[in-house]
Design a protein around this ligand. Sequence first.
Ligand SMILES: C[S@@+](CC[C@H](N)C(=O)[O-])C[C@H]1O[C@@H](n2cnc3c(N)ncnc32)[C@H](O)[C@@H]1O
Length: 303
Amino acid sequence: MRAIEFFGRIATMLTMDFGGIHTVAKLDCLRRCLDAFASALGGRKPRLKYIDPFAGCGVWSPKQHKRPGGFFPSPTLEFEGSARIALNFKFDEFLFADKDRSSVDKLNGLRAQFPERRIQIAKAKADGFLREICEATNWEKWRGFVFLDPFGLPPRWRTMRAIARTRAIDFLLLLPPGINRLLTRNGKTTPANKALDRFCPSLGDACYREYEEGGLLQPQAVCMKVAKPHDVANYYGTQLRTVFRYIVQAPLPLNIVGATYYLWGGVGDNNGAAERLEIMQRIFSDREIRWRAKQHYRSTQRP
Ligand SMILES: C[S@@+](CC[C@H](N)C(=O)[O-])C[C@H]1O[C@@H](n2cnc3c(N)ncnc32)[C@H](O)[C@@H]1O
């Protein structure tokens, strides 16, 4: 491999490569929620933290813009990722984490461009990072906005409970399809399904139906998964409502080829929560975001 091609590929790998229309839609939603959050709470006494425990590297590139071959690597288009978007808003503190060293190095580069901002960056696992912040912060003095944007599985349920307990955090959570994929077809008591309780309590009970098969003489109990991805996402929302008082009415489905992610949102149970939820709800109901999401959603639905 020619040296220039090799370094081009390395440069490409160092740029987050997860983008598509769903990325545009989720970040659009984030930008608008942050705008609403900062306008509703900025300049008042509680100070504001932005917390991004799956921060990535600050930028993302659409996949289709990378063309292999050619002597020079093709120019990579870069767009603002969640961490960079948040820096457009006046938070008193920014807390970024990623488990990946190269993302953390890039975030450190981003911090150097904003010397006037108070930015903390950690190479850490999201759950522990977030729970520590929830527990160590005096939430009488602070309000927070958390963007939860994992790849595979959602945060642990105890992390979601820790966020809810603060009553001071508004959040967006992109529920990834991993939780649905782990539900095996025909057995709600398999170890994989039991493990899912750590991410969403009693998910197995909601996703299976038991019935008898084999006629009158030798009936056999059969257990089948009946939940579709959107049922799983809706059930996740039902569970969210057991710990958060203010959650959007329905998730925003965002499709990637062959899988659907569901964006959920909620606000902390404090002064002005109902108004902030109403604004968030309006953002979720926006026809343009929904139109893009729906086009993809429909294209992957089986009849
Ligand atoms: C979808 S990307 C985040 C993109 C980012 N929000 C943006 O808009 O630019 C998910 C990121 O989470 C990181 N990640 C995955 N699992 C993690 C975990 N358990 N703890 C911390 N980071 C994690 C990955 O390294 C990746 O950078």
